[in-house]
Design a protein. Sequence first.
Length: 200
Amino acid sequence: MYPLFESVCIQNGQIQNGQYHEFRFLTSYFEHFGFEPKYSLLNNLTLPKLDSSLKLKLRIGYHETGIEWTISEYKNKIPTSLRLLQDDSIDYALKYADRSDLDKIYKKRDGADDVLLIKNGHITDASYSNILFTDGSQIATPSTPLLHGTCRARLIAENKVQEVQITLKSIKQFQSFQLINALNDFDENRWVTIQNSIID
């Protein structure tokens, strides 16, 4: 049983955002198991020869003493409509293999591509992604995510995105959104207009 995992993007034959995945692995491992790991998530990973023309998903499950991994081709499936749903008890602070609570909420999307979760009045995440908003000048991401994503962490560190407290009411101050995760990086051409795309 591998209770935690990382989803890592391989593009042009190279692992993307490796340092951010390694950092989240270290912090999540300590929080879950209560002690520091005696192995690295990526440093000793020997991958086969990869097709550099493909975008690949490297899934690494891990437990106290080691990892298991698989590689598969990844084809972008990025939601463009979101159903707003409230759940004040949802918890996904670590990247658990058990996503049953999120899967139950996802099934309530009712015709939308995905859900956008509200917890205690604040915007958090979609079921598989962090979210970015723009008002045409600033790019913001909620300061209350369910999961601190690796792509999100890099964009904040690069000062490309600002953490902002975003409530259900304050969504109206933004024009567009896009979803990001380890496999779907920020793209200036991928903004989706909020009107008619985020559904109550």
